[in-house]
Design a protein around this ligand. Structure first.
Ligand SMILES: Cc1cc2nc3c(=O)[nH]c(=O)nc-3n(C[C@H](O)[C@H](O)[C@H](O)COP(=O)(O)OP(=O)(O)OC[C@H]3O[C@@H](n4cnc5c(N)ncnc54)[C@H](O)[C@@H]3O)c2cc1C
Length: 468
């Protein structure tokens, strides 16, 4: 079995980092990427500025692989866009010959099992190789693997509009006028939004970005209107901690959104749980539950759903996985990242133990390891895969020596929950990083008067919710 490759599912930043570590240790690896190129998910939000600067976005072993090429290291304090991250790091990394030879594009893994035994059988389970159902360009096939690292992300499984977590009635019927995630309102998708009224659902930074882009678009295209709809009524997390926020850039983004709401540029409806979408004339009406009873919103032309993502659990149906019951993250991480308890995304250092499962040799890494929690940072994933690959190599000293130092954001005060657990306790503070991140963001913020020609507001580093 040792001659079989380790299967890495997904060529996003964390899957590629896993492959780089495996290559570095001389372990055979096969990377399956569903898209036609690396980082398919990031390409979808390529117009969005990251909130972490370059220095946090590059895996050290990835950097080492690139060092022997003509690659220009963008290491520094500037925050790239998603498109920059792909063009200036992930694409070059994927072209390094040792990497290029192990990535298969257009290869979607649809199921994972163990060859010859089903999920129930326990005896000698770890001795059986994994078997993957792969839908490739030449058709469907089965591949064997010695271990599986699932880095397939969550971006392609957005949460639905329905306030209950179930799709709203009519959501599928009107799908053509509904976007999920962060549409490129000022670019690729401009014609869908110019001169139209859009309802934006969600209370995270994805919604903030879409709303501010719509305001910017309204300066060029008359009759462009944005209405922001949230389930909760306390917007303090997305507005940020104001003067108490240790990250000025995040405070600016939140302030910017707040100003646009207070000035009436953005309509606001809070405490609304969507249930039904229906058509009236050729426009959309959304009905749902509000504190005062049943409420109707609209008419609108478009809906943008920014309610987060969830992992695709079908992929792992035939392997023994252990997940947090509501976050669907790996179980060990659940209590550390539960947004009901934590308002920031700091997690203690963790590695192969936390991202493993009862299924020996199977690991969930990257943003998928966080399940529905919106606080994942690439830095976290790079340390996860370093530890996992060391464990696969049998180098348990390295595997167990986990170190993770995340930039603190000091926004825990902004959490409205009375059950807040202080994020400062037990997580390593990193004062220089705070100021580095903050100043990089500050340069790109100053967005309170959006204009279509002005630089787009940058999503600021937010330990409570990243831009998902
Ligand atoms: C808008 C936005 C902004 C963010 N900003 C930051 C930031 O500033 N800093 C930061 O550290 N983090 C940020 N994040 C969080 C996180 O770092 C990114 O989401 C990152 O892309 C996660 O990397 P990943 O490799 O885990 O997953 P992904 O990047 O989602 O990659 C998963 C890959 O797997 C492929 N795939 C999926 N299913 C299959 C399958 N069945 N078979 C084969 N291939 C498959 C996909 O096509 C994709 O290429 C941000 C996230 C979002 C959405």
């Amino acid at each position: 079995m040792k001659n079989l490759p380790v299967a890495v599912i997904g060529a996003g930043p964390i899957g590629l980092a896993a492959a780089a570590h495996l290559i570095n240790r001389g372990i055979p690896v096969k990377v399956y990427e569903a898209g036609d190129a690396v980082a398919t998910n990031i390409r979808d939000w390529g117009h969005v500025h990251l909130f972490s600067p370059w220095r946090y976005n590059i895996d050290p072993v990835g950097r080492a692989l690139l060092a022997g090429t003509a690659w220009h290291d963008p290491n520094g304090d500037t925050c790239p866009t998603g498109a920059d991250l792909v063009a200036d790091y992930l694409e070059p990394l994927s072209r390094v010959p040792a990497m290029a030879s192990v990535i298969e594009f257009g290869a979607r893994v649809t199921a994972i099992g163990r060859s010859g035994i089903d999920k129930i059988s326990s005896r000698d389970r770890g001795q059986y190789p994994f078997v993957l159902t792969v839908v490739g360009r030449a058709g469907v096939r089965r591949d064997l693997a010695r271990a599986v690292i699932d880095a397939s992300g969550t971006w392609s499984s957005p949460n639905p509009l329905g306030g209950s977590g179930l799709p709203a009635d009519g959501e599928a019927t009107h799908a053509k006028r509904i976007a999920y995630g962060i549409p490129d309102v000022l670019g690729r998708d401009r014609s869908d939004y110019a001169g139209r009224t859009t309802l934006v659902f969600g209370a995270g930074h994805s919604a903030a970005n879409v709303l501010l882009d719509l305001v910017a678009l309204s300066l060029e295209a008359a009759d462009t209107r944005a209405i922001w709809v949230t389930r909760g009524t306390d917007l303090s997390r997305v507005y940020g901690g104001g003067a108490n926020d240790q990250l000025p850039g995040r405070a600016d983004l939140g302030q910017c959104l707040k100003e646009q709401v207070e000035s009436g540029q953005i309509g606001l409806i809070t405490g609304f749980a969507a249930e039904t979408i229906r058509e009236e004339g050729d426009r959309l009406i959304v009905e749902g539950a509000a504190p005062s009873g049943r409420q109707t919103i609209g008419p609108a032309d478009r809906i943008v759903v920014c309610t987060g993502q969830r992992p695709d659990l079908a992929l792992t149906r035939e392997v023994r996985v252990d997940l947090d019951p509501w976050l669907e993250s790996v179980r060990a991480l659940g209590p550390m990242i539960d947004p009901n308890l934590h308002s920031c995304g700091s997690v203690p250092p963790h590695g192969h133990r936390e991202v493993s499962h009862p299924e020996p040799g199977f690991y969930t890494v990257g943003i998928k390891s966080y399940g529905r929690a919106p606080t994942f940072l690439m830095l976290t994933g790079y340390e996860q895969v370093r530890s996992v690959v060391a464990a696969i190599a049998g180098d348990m000293d390295a595997a167990n020596d986990v170190r993770l130092v995340l930039p603190e954001t000091g926004v825990c005060r902004a959490n409205p929950s009375s059950a807040v657990i202080s994020c400062d306790s037990g997580s390593p503070a990193m004062p220089p990083a705070i100021s580095e991140v903050a100043s990089a963001i500050e340069e790109k913020a100053g967005c309170c008067r959006p204009s279509a020609s002005a630089p787009k507001p940058a999503p600021a580093l937010n330990c409570c919710e990243n831009a998902t």
